[in-house]
Design a protein around this ligand. Structure first.
Ligand SMILES: [Zn+2]
Length: 430
């Protein structure tokens, strides 16, 4: 009797043209976000492709979610294929939205051109190639093992590139990722076919405003400069906070390695007179700035507590205030996500690791993402911990011009995903 991998490998190889056509078909629907174009079209396309394999499809619009409107409705596809007897559900989730094209392309960003074993286009690796790989993995599995327990789900969801609120977050709020419904989740983001991504660091965005008093710029001593106060805040960050953050490292296997420390980025500084329209040809006015704001992006580690992260910034502001009598400030929370890391002993991690070993003849690398992705919603809203990102493609190519995905990588990743299905849904796959 042939091994499960041998049978699945043959089924994947027989679907190579299908894998290419599916990836091209997805790329050719320009699901740009923002603003969120053609979401229904891509759901319709994928549903038609999934129907022959026996998937039942639901079209779910995230009504009431941010960014949902009649002009740009937030459509999601949830497809489910039942097995022949009860069991666990394995869910593949891919976001169908892509970021802006940008400049510097030498191929048509929505052409899906195949050249030297690579398919080019916006979203090729992030992550339409991953969605196509999951679909072909499911089709290969169903052909090889029509008699299986449980169910396979494939979702194509909106808005991951802008936070996922009209996509996975909304589906999770509706109960679609409840642990009694779904037991294993794989998100085929482009992390490389031999890596398992266990989770991501935490994030806190905040706006810090310093306040002063406006006066004539020729007599600044009559006012109080909010920009100078902010300068003192930034100097305090340089002297005390950045060195401290650099010493804080994590046991999380974050890649790239620089992100294994706590990090802080100042996204923007605005202060004083607002910037004028481009057609304004005059000079600026002489004023002391009475307001200055910065937006900070603090990425924190699983070993850090978000309360402590916020308290550290508050303490820094108080230190500056103690030295500057007229100083006033405000800190406003904008956004926060807790870090998450799935246990290496979790069933979906063990099955994927075993499948990578079989297919690629090597041990997988375990990684953690520096930034968040849709796992945050599955973890926090869905309360489902048995979730990873695993998929073909090179993350560095995401959001770049001439983004591409390798057909061989997609085929290998599809073979791994099909074998994971066999591990989880067949009683004795070997
Ligand atoms: Zn992505």
């Amino acid at each position: 009797m042939l091994s499960a991998d041998t049978r699945l490998a043959a089924e994947i190889a027989a679907r190579r043209a299908r894998l290419i056509a599916l990836t091209q078909g997805l790329i050719r629907i320009p699901t740009l976000n923002p603003p969120g174009r053609k979401y229904r079209e891509i759901c319709d396309y994928l549903a038609a492709e999934l129907a022959p394999a026996g998937f039942t499809c639901q079209f779910l619009r995230a009504r009431g979610a941010i960014a949902d409107s009649d002009t740009y409705p937030r459509w999601n596809l949830l497809a489910r294929r039942e097995g022949t007897r009860p069991g666990e559900t394995v869910h593949f989730n891919g976001h169908h939205d892509v970021v802006a094209v940008g400049h510097g392309w030498t191929t048509d960003p929505f052409g899906g051109e195949l050249k030297d074993g690579k398919i080019y286009g916006r979203g090729a690796c992030d992550m339409k190639g991953g969605i196509a790989s999951a679909v072909v993995a499911a089709e290969a599995f169903l052909a090889a093992f029509p008699d299986f327990s449980g169910a396979i789900e494939i979702s194509a969801t909106a808005d991951e590139e802008s936070g996922g609120y009209g996509g996975v977050a909304w589906l999770a709020e509706q109960g679609h990722f409840a642990p009694e419904r779904v037991q294993h989740v794989i998100i085929p983001e482009p992390l490389n076919k031999d890596r398992i991504c266990l989770g991501h660091r935490g994030v806190w965005w905040a706006e810090i405003e310093t306040r002063g008093r406006i006066a004539h710029g020729s007599m600044p001593f009559l006012g109080d400069s909010a920009i100078r106060h902010m300068g003192a805040v930034l100097a305090e960050m340089e002297e005390t906070l950045y060195p401290l953050l650099a010493t804080r490292t994590t046991a999380m296997p974050v890649v790239p390695e620089g992100a294994r420390s706590s990090t802080l980025n100042v996204n923007s500084v605005h202060g004083g007179e607002p910037e004028q329209d481009e057609d304004y040809t005059g000079l600026p006015a002489a004023c002391v700035a009475d307001r200055c704001t910065i937006t900070i992006d603090r990425r924190f580690l699983i070993e850090e507590d978000i309360g402590a992260v916020k308290a550290e910034i508050a303490a820094l502001m108080e230190r500056v205030k103690a030295r500057r009598p007229s100083f006033a400030y405000e800190i406003r929370d904008l956004f926060e996500v807790q870090p998450t890391m799935t246990d290496r002993a979790a069933p979906v991690v063990r099955s994927t690791a075993a499948a990578i070993e079989t297919v690629l003849a090597r041990q997988p690398d375990y990684v953690v993402s520096p930034g968040t992705y849709d796992q945050k919603h599955i973890d926090r809203i869905g309360k489902l911990r048995n979730c990873i990102a695993y998929g073909p493609g090179i993350l560095d190519l995401a959001h770049q011009p001439d983004e591409w995905i390798g057909v061989d990588d997609m085929a290998d990743a599809a073979r791994v995903m099909a074998l994971v299905l066999a591990e989880l849904l067949i009683d004795a796959p070997h």
